[in-house]
Unconditional design. Structure first.
Length: 118
């Protein structure tokens, strides 16, 4: 009998995950938490810490592999700029500034160009 109860519980979870309304509710909860987090000061935003950790992971694990082919034209590097912008302005404005910076990168930009966070 315990196997049957376990199977019924798994079927209930499986049905809930196949229901689009459940995903919509989950999406709305995550969006509400993200908006509430972005209203806090940047030093207290949970998303800033998560973003900083993600960039640190990139710098530690991915960049050593791709660094031979990818070179940042700006100083500070784009990943360092993104962390500084997010820590200074918060997640929304920081990511917008970072996206604008990456979008402006071209071959015409000399290597080592200074572009600090505004």
């Amino acid at each position: 009998m315990p196997q049957l109860r376990s199977l019924n519980r798994q079927n209930t979870v499986g049905k809930a995950l196949r229901n689009p309304a459940a995903w919509l509710v989950l999406l709305l909860i995550v969006a509400a938490l993200g908006i509430a987090d972005s209203l806090r000061p940047p030093s207290r935003q949970v998303s800033v810490g998560l973003f900083t950790a993600a960039v640190a992971g990139y710098q530690h694990y991915v960049h050593p592999i791709t660094g031979r082919w990818i070179h940042c034209r700006y100083q500070p590097t784009c990943s360092r700029y993104a962390v500084e912008a997010v820590q200074k302005y918060g997640i929304a404005k920081g990511i917008a500034l970072s996206f604008r910076r990456v979008r402006s990168c071209r071959r015409s930009v000399p290597m080592g160009t200074r572009d600090p966070v505004p």
